[in-house]
Write a protein that binds this ligand. Sequence first.
Ligand SMILES: Nc1ncnc2c1ncn2[C@@H]1O[C@H](COP(=O)(O)OP(=O)(O)OP(=O)(O)O)[C@@H](O)[C@H]1O
Length: 328
Amino acid sequence: MESEALLSVRDLRIAFAGVEAVRGLSFDVRPREVLALVGESGAGKSLTARALLGMVPEDATTSGTVTLLGDTDLAAQRGLHIALVPQDALSALSPVHPVGDQLAAAVRSVARVSRKEARARAVAALDRVGIPDAARKARAYPHEYSGGMRQRAVIAMATVNEPDVLVADEPTTALDEERRDQVLRVLGEQREALGAALVLVTHDMDVVRDHADRVLVMYAGRLTELGPADAVLGRPRAPYTAGLLASLPEHDAPRRRRLPALPGTPPAPGTLPPGCAFAPRCPLAADLCHREEPEPQEVEGHLVACHHWAELPHPAVDLFQEKQHASS
Ligand SMILES: Nc1ncnc2c1ncn2[C@@H]1O[C@H](COP(=O)(O)OP(=O)(O)OP(=O)(O)O)[C@@H](O)[C@H]1O
């Protein structure tokens, strides 16, 4: 599909009790890029992110391949070449060990180095994320850190082994706006400094706009659209992407506020309609859509899974606003 991939996902399927929640997903992560995964709740974003780390739930059945740097043994690469930036800084750090010890243990779990070297790398990682007097702070416990410093410490934990890929699943949902910006800034700086790629699961289109190079839009466990973030946000080719954008506050003109821009909810796994899973909510849906699930196809530099992409108006958000306006 795409050359120069750092990480390749091919036909990823993740099922629980025979019901697929991720249904044949293929995409690449390129070196140094920020790839955002977006979509409504239940789209399969977190499962996909976990699959990149070889961390799908134990009761899941997985098929397809995830290849990182030519290797499919993800567990062996976790912490070394790919690392998770946890959502919740407090639960990510053990309360009973000094922060520096936890980082040093993370170093020694993947590299055969002396305690002294592990310690030096731990302090360097804390210093890199902007923790003042890092050597002294390394001896402190998490509860002795302020909230902001704890957030930085978990980013240091994820980056201490200088991975090639960072995976962050909604790293800012629990945070206020100021803290959110700070976490994203520190994460961005670390990514730059390490030359790492970042896979960022988010609900927040502002975050996508400000931080992502490319965006993968998921719906009901499948790829709906994938392309450069500015192109996908500026001129989406899939009706679902248009619906997501139409739901943003800036498109929610007061006179249209009575109905949600994107009506309905996504189907749960196991309750999918025949054909395109988005068809029941899609203003462009026609017979074919209710019969046949569209495969992703290349459309002007995007991958788009839609039978009727060519009929999207421009701006595409009008598809939802016009319909809603007419019915309100
Ligand atoms: N441990 C599990 N057991 C059974 N089903 C699961 C499990 N984890 C996820 N699922 C199913 O997979 C679907 C996708 O889950 P996932 O967490 O990847 O969604 P998501 O897109 O990240 O949603 P959100 O934005 O709410 O986190 C869920 O709707 C759920 O039905």
